[in-house]
Design a protein around this ligand. Structure first.
Ligand code: SF4
Length: 432
């Protein structure tokens, strides 16, 4: 069969200029289309598209597979409908279809719930026999013990940064986190380290981005991985949790020696009550300064993530964040508006309280207010968020942080510059 797999970047409408910047430098790219291609039986012909320039609804395919998250659901459904109108069989997968399979089913011939890499070969076998089922649910099939993810044989237009995945899942299940709350997302799985090393040898790029939810969940595994990575002289960025990064200096030393140049840390909030309420078990505010200090001690940069709009948040949260963030000495930060993604306890709670104000999934991107906040108005949330994002990312602040990061070395400096430029280009005045 001739199969088409669409990467998430196909669902993002970018101008040609932005696309070239995005695909060249961006750290946000999906690895999943290539992973799905990797598990496709070799007898089939697979085409993977990573941008929407070459989409032709009339080209002959036996099946089109679209994998997407909630923020891209609207575009994914539009494309799925077009392909179906052109007579193609469409299969949908991803966190959104896993959370809302019944909705996805109205735009597809078949929907995969849970691990797409696991279910795709099963669905293809049925398709060949003319017996494609409307739903494939991971729960009904025995899952392999190890995480099946690989495939760097398909060329990517991501020219500077190679993407890699070592682990998947996160057991902490923070209330707002879709990945860890849909189906088996809280089951932590690891890939054999030898497999990752094989992939690293194949990836031509000097820079790697680990798309794992967190590399601090099983530190014994991660330390072993970092030790094995050392001889390859790659430079990489990864995510980790505050509890481990505040204490485990051996991990940080090994990360540095393996080539880590930046840790992304979800600090989320400077209100301890909020952290308790949202079930962010890994975060204690008193440890935040230690996290940044430790990472800097081993000459790596820190990108901090913060979210606004939690039920405990009043308009004062912006000033509280402003005061505390200065003391942390972060190299870059990403601010987000709380987004109740389907499949999360947060979404269920807000639905129950009738606080969801729109089901337009294209607005579920951490930049829009899609619910009624509890302790501030929608306007206060929007304005406070816009102001703190713009203050933190003013040109003078960017230059100051970029220059300051030079003391950690050229690579942490470069990643800091890239992060700060990205934040500047994405500043809220463009979309609020
Ligand atoms: S620690 Fe991070 S990845 Fe894990 S559940 Fe919380 S937000 Fe999700």
């Amino acid at each position: 069969m001739k199969l088409l797999i669409l990467g998430e970047n196909c669902l993002i409408n970018l101008s040609s200029f932005n696309r070239s910047i995005f695909t060249t430098f961006s750290l946000i790219a999906s690895i999943y289309a290539r992973q799905i291609a990797a598990v496709t039986p070799k007898k089939h012909t697979v085409i993977v598209l990573e941008n929407n320039e070459n989409i032709n609804y009339n080209e002959e395919y036996d099946c089109v597979h679209i994998h997407f998250k909630t923020g891209l659901a609207k575009e994914a459904y539009k494309m799925a409908d077009e392909y179906r109108k052109a007579g193609k069989i469409v299969i949908l997968s991803g966190t959104h279809t896993t959370a809302l399979p019944e909705e996805a089913k109205t735009h597809a011939d078949s929907v995969l719930i849970g691990s797409a890499e696991h279910l795709w070969p099963i669905a293809l076998k049925d398709l060949e026999k003319g017996k494609l089922k409307p739903i494939y649910d991971s729960k009904n099939y025995n899952k392999p013990d190890t995480l099946i993810t690989k495939n760097f044989e398909i060329p990517t237009n991501q020219t500077i940064i190679g993407i890699i995945e070592a682990t998947r899942g996160c057991p902490y299940k923070c209330d707002f986190c879709q990945e860890s709350n849909v189906q088996s997302g809280s089951i932590f799985q690891v890939r054999p380290i030898e497999e990752i090393i094989k992939d690293i040898k194949k990836i031509p790029q000097k820079f790697l981005f680990f798309c794992d939810a967190s590399l601090t969940i099983d530190t014994t595994y991660t330390k072993k991985l970092f030790r094995k990575m050392k001889p390859f002289h790659k430079k990489f960025i990864c995510e980790g949790n505050a509890d481990v990064l505040a204490k485990d200096e051996e991990l940080l030393k090994l990360a540095y020696e393996a080539g880590c140049i930046e840790w992304t840390v979800g600090f989320e909030s400077f209100s301890q009550q909020t952290l308790v309420d949202i079930n962010k078990k890994t975060n204690t505010i008193e440890e935040f300064a230690k996290v940044v200090k430790n990472i800097h001690k081993y000459k790596m940069a820190v990108l901090g993530n913060f979210i606004f709009g939690f039920d405990q948040d009043t308009p004062n949260i912006f000033q509280l964040t402003r005061d505390n963030i200065k003391k942390l000495g972060l190299d870059s930060a990403r601010f987000a508006i709380l987004t109740p993604y389907p499949g999360t306890p947060l979404f269920n709670k807000m639905e129950k309280e009738s606080r969801i104000t729109t089901y337009d999934w294209s607005k579920y991107n951490r930049k829009n207010v899609v619910f009624k906040p509890k302790n501030m108005t929608v306007e206060e949330l929007k304005i406070g968020f816009k102001k703190i994002s713009e203050d933190f990312n003013s040109i003078s602040n960017l230059i100051y942080r970029d220059i300051r990061s030079l003391k950690y070395g050229i690579y942490p400096f470069l990643s800091t510059v890239e992060r700060n430029i990205e934040s500047y280009l994405n500043r809220p005045k463009k979309w609020l």
